[in-house]
Design a binder for this molecule. Structure first.
Ligand SMILES: [Zn+2]
Length: 430
């Protein structure tokens, strides 16, 4: 989830054979368009003889962030239904060879009072678990790295859950443990809102908000309890000081489930090079976010320039629903965000690839992955309309010289390693 924004309309799919041919054509077009890049990675010349589509198809592809659960709960939409305006469903996942999805359990603090956060969290967990119950032949709830591998072998799509925003636990470690028991395997310590125990990058410059200079003593206890449980600590969205407090507190690797690089795009919730290096030292993983405002500086500036006008439209919508005593439905605010995003147009596909490249150069190939933010952003970059387009990323990075082994790490291997390490660290502490 970015701020108050969501999914996008989709192109109709060609029959699968045509789609595959189209994909092959597009991939070779990408490869031909960037021949110079190969020369900058001389040691990786092997990629020229390897078919990127075959590499992509043979990998276990994991995405750590999609905001789809609101569709399950608020729209009565099922994961096995046609996309119908979304960016991720069962069919698009299959077409893009996506093996596993961490579904974001996100409670909008602007729509749900603090003391209703846990209830809404439970509704979103229920909505996600219900998807597995309704389609057990296609979907499998996964609680470990090994579960993902087992699901993949049996041909089932791996469903996982991560909470986005520590406000979900309502300052109660018991609730944190309950969410773990229900299957939640990561928690982003904050969303765009600072909570009672951790500062967020989203409001760090807002003087009307009480800040804590990073994590409070209770915030450190939350991190320690997550370590003990084997729940991945997610540093996406947190303020810089919170990030460094987490690095000093955690005794397990951390993840950034959906964050990009600040050196390329100045969004305050992107990670600086020092942070990327710190995650590498911690043996964690940074999963690159696809939102144009986080991966393309001119798109970010255009989006920021629209801010006041967009806020006015969203405030008017909120007032309309407040008068009815209802929370603003996801589809309504998303419609406004999409209208504004459409005025800017699509960000270049290569801006996304540049972020992967940068994270690899700074943190290393063992510390990068995919955190799309599908269904949480108003529009992905050009060329990416749904999960079915994920093979284009493999093609583009291999055209820049990355090898099949590099891609297997980036596409899912790194996340599987970190997830396993976090759970092993938990076992040791019992
Ligand atoms: Zn988010």
């Amino acid at each position: 989830m970015v701020l108050i924004m969501k999914k996008l309309s989709l192109l109709a799919y060609a029959p699968s054979l045509c789609a595959a041919l189209l994909m092959t054509f597009e991939m070779s077009a990408i490869a031909q368009a960037t021949p110079a890049a190969k020369q900058t990675h001389g040691k990786k010349a092997m990629s020229q003889t390897v078919d990127p589509l075959a590499v992509h198809q043979s990998a276990i592809v994991v995405d750590t962030h999609a905001d789809t659960p609101q569709r399950f709960v608020d729209e009565n939409w099922n994961f096995t239904d046609p996309l119908n305006g979304g960016m991720l469903n069962y069919d698009s996942a299959r077409k893009g060879n996506l093996a596993a999805q961490f579904f974001s359990i996100w409670v909008d603090p602007g729509q749900y009072p603090a003391k209703e956060s846990a209830h809404r969290t439970l509704s979103l967990i229920d909505g996600t678990l219900e998807q597995v119950r309704k389609a057990p032949d296609k979907l499998q709830l996964c609680l470990t790295s090994d579960d993902i591998i087992t699901a993949h072998k049996s041909g089932r799509f791996a469903v996982l859950m991560g909470i986005e925003g520590g406000h979900s636990i309502e300052n109660d470690l018991g609730l944190l443990r309950d969410f773990y028991r229900l299957g939640v395997r990561y928690m982003t310590l904050t969303w765009s809102n600072t909570n009672d125990w951790a500062d967020s990058s989203g409001d760090i410059n807002d003087t009307t908000i009480t800040h804590h200079n990073g994590l409070t003593p209770f915030g450190k206890q939350v991190v320690q309890e997550m370590n003990r449980l084997g729940m991945m600590v997610d540093i996406s969205h947190v303020s810089d000081k919170t990030f460094w407090d987490v690095i000093a507190t955690t005794r397990a690797p951390v993840i950034a489930s959906h964050s990009s690089a600040r050196a390329l795009t100045q969004a305050p919730r992107n990670l600086t090079d020092e942070m990327l290096q710190a995650v590498a030292k911690n043996d964690g993983v940074v999963m690159v976010n696809f939102f144009p405002a986080f991966i393309d500086e001119s798109w970010r500036l255009a989006w920021a320039a629209q801010g006041p006008e967009r806020k006015k439209a969203l405030d008017a919508l909120a007032a309309e629903y407040k008068a009815k005593g209802l929370p603003v439905p996801y589809t309504a605010s998303d419609r406004i965000d999409r209208e504004f995003a459409a005025k800017i147009g699509r960000a270049p596909f290569n801006s996304l690839i540049d972020h992967f490249d940068h994270v690899i150069k700074v943190a290393g190939i063992d510390h990068v992955g995919i955190g799309t933010d599908f269904d949480g952003i108003p529009v992905p970059p050009d060329g990416i309309d749904s999960a079915a387009d994920l093979p284009k990323i493999t093609a583009a990075l291999m055209a820049r010289g990355y090898t099949a082994d590099d891609m297997k790490k980036l596409l899912g291997g790194n996340l599987l390693r970190v997830f396993r390490a976090v759970q092993l660290a938990a076992d040791k502490s019992k």
